[in-house]
Design a protein around this ligand. Structure first.
Ligand code: NDP
Length: 338
């Protein structure tokens, strides 16, 4: 059983050397009396929150750190090989939290979702039909109170979550602008994903001016993925009664001290609703989410861009690539084909 092991707590920018490989043996059977499931991992998802788990946290914080010397864990798609749980049987396909290894014994199978629809690519259950999809759905439809004609801004707009939020907003009849970190990503946003406008934040020395250019009348909804200087510039450009769905702040994850936000009082002046949310809170709505998103995929109304690498050994490089903007679309690792 090949595994990606987390070596030790990380400070600053993560390195590939923070992870290493081991190969051990695994019994392809659930232990007698266990109600767990034994799975063969097919796809693993690279998600920015994994960096947060690489840091050392107080036991009381909302994150429990990875355990040094143990395999990384994260979202994935897997096939059940053996089950001690009445809800799962051999051959079932599932998505949920698994290990960064070829085979995992999952002792909390209640956190797994059974995959019912296989007419779409299975890797989608790490992205559009998995946790990032629920994030985009919850953050846009549930948290942002969107309506037709709203002016919507999305940062990290070409990524796993952002590309979907933008397309949901376009389908609702909003004016949609995204920011991303390369010319390739800007072209994708404008020419493939249907954004009205997009800009490369790395080439704008004045983010406030870039936002004023794209939103002369201000922003109604900001879908926050990056934090830091971008959030500060956005606050100045919000409209009265604007909403900010705080999904994540990737620009801050590798810093020892978060960067200061200067313009927070704009929340008061403009009566802005700034609301954080977490995808798992919305998992009970997963069937409703599928009813909305599966038809969009089948009818070709939504495009989903994936960045797929082959082989567990590419995992450490792929997770670090998220923080360098190397991924174009949802970063997925193929561990095995079915
Ligand atoms: P992406 O697929 O968008 O990958 C991360 C991207 O972030 C990179 O490609 C890069 O794109 C951008 N980025 C990296 N470093 C910086 C930086 N310093 N400043 C600005 N942009 C940066 O990731 P996801 O779509 O999976 O996640 C997006 C956000 O959503 C993250 O903040 C994540 O933590 C959050 N999230 C929150 C969830 C929740 O439940 N609240 C659930 C899932 C995700 P670029 O080239 O454009 O810089």
């Amino acid at each position: 059983n090949k595994q990606v092991i987390f070596r030790d707590y990380v400070t600053g920018f993560p390195q590939e050397s923070d992870m290493c490989f081991t190969t051990g043996t695994v019994k392809l059977k659930v232990p007698e009396g266990s109600n767990g499931v034994l799975v063969k991992n097919l796809y693993l998802s690279c998600d920015p929150y994994m960096r947060i788990l690489m840091g050392k946290h107080e036991v009381s914080s909302s994150f429990s750190s990875y355990t040094p010397g143990s395999p990384l864990t994260g979202y994935g798609v897997a096939k059940v090989l053996d089950s001690g749980n009445p809800d799962f049987k051999e051959g079932d396909l599932v998505w949920g939290i698994t290990g960064w290894e070829e085979y995992s014994l999952i002792t909390t199978p209640q956190a797994l979702f059974k995959i019912q629809h296989t007419d779409v690519p299975l890797s989608y259950y790490t992205g559009i039909l998995g946790m990032p999809g629920v994030t985009a759905y919850a953050g846009f439809y549930e948290v942002s109170s969107p309506k037709k004609g709203d002016r919507v801004f999305i940062s990290a707009a070409s990524g796993a979550v952002g590309q979907l939020v933008g397309q949901f907003a376009k389908l609702m009849g909003c004016y949609v602008v995204g920011s991303a970190g390369s010319k390739e990503k800007i072209d994708l946003l404008k020419n493939k994903l249907g954004f009205d406008e997009a800009f490369n934040y790395k080439e704008e020395h004045n983010l406030d001016a870039a936002l004023k250019r794209c939103f002369p009348e201000g922003i109604d909804i900001y879908f926050e993925n990056v934090g830091g200087k971008m959030l500060d510039a956005v606050l100045l450009n919000m409209r009265v009664h604007g909403r900010i769905a705080v999904c994540g702040m990737i620009s801050q994850y590798n810093l020892d001290q978060p960067e200061g936000v200067c313009n927070l009082m704009s929340i008061v002046y403009k009566r802005v609703r700034l609301e954080g949310f977490a995808a798992p809170d919305y998992y009970p709505q997963y069937p409703k989410f599928l009813d909305i998103v599966l038809p969009y995929i089948r009818e070709g109304k939504i495009t989903y861009i994936e960045d797929i690498v082959e082989g567990l050994e590419k995992g450490p490089g792929a997770i670090i690539g998220l923080f360098k903007g190397r991924n174009v679309g949802k970063q997925v690792i193929v561990v095995a084909h079915e």
